[in-house]
Ligand binder design. Sequence first.
Ligand SMILES: C[S@@+](CC[C@H](N)C(=O)[O-])C[C@H]1O[C@@H](n2cnc3c(N)ncnc32)[C@H](O)[C@@H]1O
Length: 281
Amino acid sequence: MAISKADFDYIVQLAQSQAAIVLEPGKEYLVENRLTGLAEQEGFGTLAKFIGKLRSETTINGLHHKSIDALTTNETSFFRDFHPFESLRKHLLPRLIEQRAEARQLTVWSAACSTGQEPYSLAMLLAEHFPQLRDWKITILATDLSPTVLKVAGAGHYSQFEVNRGLPAAYLVKYFTKQGDRWHIKPDLKKNIQFRAMNLIQPWPILPPFDLVFIRNVMIYFDVDTKKMILKRIRNCLLPHGHLFLGTAETTINLDPEYQPVMFDKTVAYNLRPPGGLWAG
Ligand SMILES: C[S@@+](CC[C@H](N)C(=O)[O-])C[C@H]1O[C@@H](n2cnc3c(N)ncnc32)[C@H](O)[C@@H]1O
């Protein structure tokens, strides 16, 4: 049965207030698709009964959180969009490694990492092309709101279909082992990655200063004020010479003038405008 207007409006408000996810009118089918399975799993005969239960609660509880989790869009792939990783390999990382030669430390954040393909792609890139980092302190923080995707990310087990999307065959052989019909990331690649639950619109935990922040294909779901708030918070944890990577359909332009776009071949990254124009790139 189609979702009622009142139930849809309630879910729109829930997704917006708890995760900043904007569900436009016309997305009723999406809500129906994503919540019907959960309603059944939770023992409610119909979606209407399930949403009725959510609406009857006076506080946000586990059922609401499960609903928000189910409403997230988790599309991702290894080396998604390819060019940002090429820019890192060819331009940014060689320079960053020189700049950090004394500290011998690199800290990267994959925010809204979904099922982990992005942080593992970053780890593979570093392992494959920058063996000199082996005795550096490398930290890749990988966060997401959804416990369901974080569980997959932490396990690092992927289907044939998933590894067919974006992963070079040589990397599959080198960094994965096959167990049954799943491909498992080798433990060595996982050792520098920390997976943590984090909702970008809630107060942030104390974060380390980052050399690179990947926050791709998540702000696309947020309204302008939320994007501005998140970009401002990232500013406070981006190191000088640090770079921000957004999804191909995303930008800081008209949202935060403190960032400047930096073009690397086919990729735009962003860094902070230096106070008084003191450093370049
Ligand atoms: C489309 S995926 C993007 C994955 C990856 N960054 C990429 O570009 O391939 C969006 C992810 O954002 C997460 N997300 C949505 N709202 C969020 C929020 N308020 N805080 C943190 N993560 C959120 C979702 O759970 C989902 O895994």
